[in-house]
Structures are given as C-alpha cells and as structure tokens.
Design a protein around this ligand. Structure first.
Ligand SMILES: Cc1cc2nc3c(=O)[nH]c(=O)nc-3n(C[C@H](O)[C@H](O)[C@H](O)COP(=O)(O)O)c2cc1C
Length: 325
C-alpha cells in the first residue's frame, strides 16, 4: 500500500494514461480489476482533442513496443468527470482515479482544475479524514502535438501553469497533484525540473514545509521515433512504408525501459537527497517498458513507489496486470 498525499494505491500497480484508458467501458474494467491500485485516465483537454486518421498506434512485432501518433483524448474533461463520478459513486473501495489533464493556458487550466474540484466536493473527496479518490496528473510531455513541443523540455516555461496547480493546492491541501514528465537524456534536465518544482515549496503556519506536487510520473513516450510498417504487426508486407501516418511518433514499451529506469533513478536520487524537506516527500510513479514482474522489481529498486504500464495494457488487456502481482 502506498499513500501519495491523500490517495492510497493498493496494490501499487496502475495503468498509466493512454489510449486504452479512454472510454467509459475501459475505465470501468480497469477500476474493477483487483490487480490495479488506481486508474489513470487518458489525457483530457477542456474541449476535447480533434482526432483523425493520422492519430494511431501500432505494435512492434519483434519487441513489445508501441509507437503512437496520438494527441490527447477526443473526449473533453467533462466526459471523464461524468464517468469518474458514475464509477466512484457505485464503487465500494477507496481505489482512486488519477485524472490526466493538459492545457497551455492559465485560464483554461484554472477552469479544468475547478471542474475537478467540483467533482471532489460532490463526492465528499475533500474531507481531511478519509483517503481521497481523485488526483490530478498534469501531462507536460506528449511528443505528438504538431507545432507544440512538450513543455517538459523547457521546464521553466511551465512555471505559470504550475502556479495554477500551486494555487489550487494552497486552497485545498487534500488535493493530490502530480506531473507526467518526459524522458530526459542529460543530468542538467533532471536538475532543472527538480529546482523548478522546489521553487514552489512553501511554509505552513505551523512551520511545516510543503510542496504542491505529490508525485512525478516518469516517463512518457520517446518522441521523434520512427518505425517502418514491416516492423509492426499490422504489416501488409510493404518494405518501405512508414508505420505511422505522420512518420514520427512517440515510442513506448520494452525499447524505452532502460531510459525510463534511468529517469526514475535520477529523479529519485535528486529528490531523496534534496535539502528542501518538502521535496523529499515527492513520490515516483515509474512507467516505461514494464511488461512483467521483473520489470516491476527493477522500477521499485530504482526508486518507484508505484509502477505504471500502458503498452502491457494495450497488448494484453487488463488481465495483463495479473502477472505483475
Ligand atoms: C497509445 C498510447 C497512448 C498514450 N496516451 C497518453 C496520454 O494520453 N497521456 C499520457 O500522459 N501518456 C500517454 N501515453 C504514454 C504512457 O502513459 C506511458 O508513459 C508510455 O507509454 C510508457 O509506458 P509503457 O512502456 O508501459 O507503454 C500513451 C502511450 C501509448 C502507447
């Protein structure tokens, strides 16, 4: 059992935000599984993302890999709020939903956070005593949005957006907030993220020091990856065709496992040795290429409190989580 601020995750295995956590039926199945300790929804925008045939996922046939060119969910945040409310009001346990959202603008993000807070008030989720059943994950790292590189790669530009979440947390410390981060390659990038987030810590009246962010989810897919069609299970025998319409996409699954482990390790190390006590409270959700129990163990060994999977879910369905227990 792992507590992250006010949410409780038991078992500490979850799906990470993805195209297979997009529809009501998929979310219900994930919620009903005894092998998931929380359900993460596909990233929603305020009004829904315009999806077309260029947005797709393919499965590699020589490795458990999934290049994809998806943007965000076509369903607006209001759908996820309605679905989450409907599932949780029937649910009998404390399994939480991590609602993944994104926005580039302060106004829009403020509205989205307010909608989620309304849901939490309706569910009685904002009381001090019992565990909370709703958390927010801000996706800063989708590599597939044309003309908009992931803000996670220029982290200081994200500060106005992070201020919105800071403001929400200052008003209600029962709100659990996390950041979905990109895969980074150089040590200064990890330091920039950690120091930017540390700049948002503050002291409470009782002298306790807190940070608005309770978790980092690492990593998102590796952008600008390229698969040929013949490398995928949807191959029609062509040799030169590209697997994805936009040619480039975000890579997930086994080929990114080493990079994701390195990212979790780097963040965990920086956080646990941080001079700001509030930063030492931030927990890691390790995601990237976890396909079996040994992958879970590796993620835990490098500092993940909770382990998440997307490719496993896409390849094997919810029953894939059974083998991680
Ligand atoms: C088809 C697909 C869709 C995804 N959509 C999202 C998304 O909406 N939001 C998000 O934060 N991450 C998204 N991801 C990234 C996953 O959450 C995860 O970070 C990444 O796939 C690495 O984990 P894995 O190797 O277990 O797949 C998506 C991944 C895939 C494969």
């Amino acid at each position: 059992m792992v507590d992250i601020n006010k949410i409780r995750i038991e078992p500490p295995i979850i799906n990470s935000s993805c195209a297979w956590a997009s529809e009501l039926a998929q979310l219900e199945e994930l919620y009903n599984s005894p092998h998931t300790g929380a359900v993460t929804t596909r990233t929603a925008t305020l009004d829904g993302f315009t999806e077309d045939s260029s947005h797709a996922v393919v499965f590699g046939h020589t490795s458990a890999s999934t290049p994809n060119s998806y943007g965000y969910s076509p369903h607006p945040l209001s759908s996820y709020i309605r679905w989450t409310q409907s599932i949780l009001s029937r649910g009998t346990n404390s399994k939480p939903f991590i609602i993944s959202i994104t926005s580039n603008t302060v106004n829009e993000l403020s509205q989205m956070v307010e909608h989620i807070q309304e849901l939490r008030r309706t569910l009685g989720d904002d009381s001090e005593g019992s565990p909370s059943r709703i958390a927010i994950e801000l996706n800063t790292s989708c590599p597939n949005i044309r003309g908009k590189p992931p803000p996670a790669y220029s982290f200081t530009t994200l500060l106005p957006i992070l201020e919105v979440l800071t403001h929400a947390y200052r008003a209600d410390r029962t709100l659990t907030i996390g950041l979905k981060l990109a895969p980074y390659l150089a040590s200064f990038q990890f330091e920039e993220v950690v120091e930017s987030v540390a700049s948002l810590s503050y002291d409470l009246e009782d002298g306790n020091r807190v940070n608005p962010f309770a978790f980092f989810t690492c990593t998102n897919t590796v952008g600008n990856s390229l698969f040929f069609a013949h490398q995928t299970t949807s191959s029609l025998g062509e040799t030169n065709a590209y697997a994805l319409g936009p040619i480039l996409g975000g890579l997930a699954g086994e080929p990114i496992h080493a990079l994701s482990l390195g990212n979790v390790y780097s963040f965990a190390h920086l956080l646990e040795s941080h001079k700001d006590k509030a930063m030492r409270e931030i927990k890691m959700i390790g995601v990237g290429g976890v396909m079996d129990k040994s992958g879970v163990q590796r993620m835990k060994k490098v500092g993940a409190a909770v382990v998440g999977c997307a490719t496993l879910l896409g390849r094997e369905g919810v029953k894939g989580f059974e083998k991680l227990a």
